[in-house]
Design a protein around this ligand. Structure first.
Ligand SMILES: [Zn+2]
Length: 379
């Protein structure tokens, strides 16, 4: 990169670190998994940052960290793949042992990808990912390269937060989405779409279900298939309570690291599993694990009948929150806007502790909780 670019990038990185330090949120899903290949991600954040810098926004919400994160889940998933059954137990156990909060964070051990600098990783050591090397090392040659090129260039979702009450800015690539790439990241009107991501630990299910029920709130769940297998009764309860459940892949792996055939299988296996467990067809919404995708996959998923759902609020909820349940509450209330699609990880204890209070406050602010199916489908 030339000096100017470099300078811009560094500025962005510095800005983001600052933001991180201040506890600003990021918007992305946690880092990705890893094991595999790719890390890649990279520099994208720069872009975002740049924009934000130019915009004066102080809050950029960078892309997801790259990697690591979910390792737990990714790992689990992988294990799953390898050993189907035995693993279940193991997974559970692992999850238990590690009190990690969110999806991502879990296992530190996991390598991760490093992504970009910017993201957050760094600091959170705990969560930490960061090992770019890992990625590299991975050498496993999987076909798709993590970074990708052309319409397979790896992208990570992020948004740039604006002053309270205003709809954030979104990545420039959204302007390149075509009609055959159905996607949603924000709705309109005084509605809020709570999307709960269960790519990691299931956490305190009872409190979660009760908080929604007590407040008559319907939410949208993106639950990885391995978690559906782990607790099918939970999924049946959600269906009975009127929540929307959508496809989040079987293993919660970064789809950029998979072949088309593998991606298709992740999605179709989920459809079958969901049907087996609930007797119903899965809702036609999909979320890319970690918000990591590419234009080619966006189109492919759309061709399979799905609308990809990103978000306009996310939190660093895959790691312990400094101020406990106050953090998710403030993160959400300080970025509340029309059509807000909120990403909340179920595995974060603080999220669940704060849920009742959040839901009440959002309603008090004049918003109604709605299902993704209430959003007019993209044309
Ligand atoms: Zn997820």
């Amino acid at each position: 990169m030339n000096n100017k670019t470099k300078a811009t990038w560094m500025l962005a990185a510095a800005l983001s670190l600052m933001l991180t330090a201040c506890g600003n949120e990021r918007a992305a899903e946690p880092p990705a998994p890893t094991e595999s290949p790719k890390p890649a991600e990279t520099p994208k954040p720069a872009e975002s940052k740049k924009s934000s810098a130019s915009t004066g926004d102080s809050s950029v919400v960078p892309a997801p960290p790259a990697t690591s994160v979910n390792s737990e889940s990714a790992k689990d998933a992988k294990a799953e793949k390898d050993t189907k059954e035995a693993k279940e137990t193991k997974e559970t156990k692992a999850a238990k042992d590690k009190p990690n909060p969110s999806e991502p964070a879990d296992k530190q051990s996991q390598p991760s990808g490093a992504t970009g600098a910017v993201n957050d990783n760094g600091k959170t050591g705990a969560s930490g990912p960061k090992n770019p090397a890992a990625a590299v090392t991975g050498g496993k040659t999987k076909e798709p390269s993590a970074a990708g090129t052309g319409d397979r260039k790896a992208l990570s979702w992020y948004y740039m937060k604006k002053p309270k009450g205003q709809v954030p800015n979104f990545p420039a690539e959204t302007k390149s989405y075509t009609k055959d790439m159905k996607a949603l990241w924000v709705g309109t009107g005084k509605k809020v779409y709570l999307t709960i991501d269960t790519g990691g630990p299931l956490g305190d299910i009872d409190t979660l279900v009760k908080s929604l029920k007590d407040n008559k709130v319907k939410a949208n769940f993106f639950i990885a298939g391995y978690n559906v297998k782990k607790n099918p009764d939970f999924i049946r309860t959600l269906v009975a309570d009127g929540h929307l459940i959508a496809n989040h892949t079987m293993t919660h792996t970064d789809m950029n690291t998979q072949t088309d055939e593998q991606v298709r299988k992740e999605i179709e296996d989920y459809e079958k599993l969901y049907k087996d467990v609930t007797g119903k067809d899965i809702q036609p919404y999909f979320r890319f694990p970690y918000g990591r995708y590419n234009m080619h996959l966006l189109k492919m998923v759309s061709d399979m009948g799905y609308t990809s759902v990103f978000w306009s609020t996310a939190m660093r909820d895959w790691e312990p929150r400094k101020n406990g349940a106050e953090d998710p509450y403030n993160d959400i209330m300080n970025n509340l806007h029309d059509g807000n699609i909120i990403l909340m990880h179920q595995g974060s204890p603080e999220n669940i502790q704060a849920l009742d209070k959040i839901v009440k406050a959002v309603k008090k602010a004049g918003y109604e909780f709605a299902l993704l199916s209430d959003i007019e489908p993209p044309k």
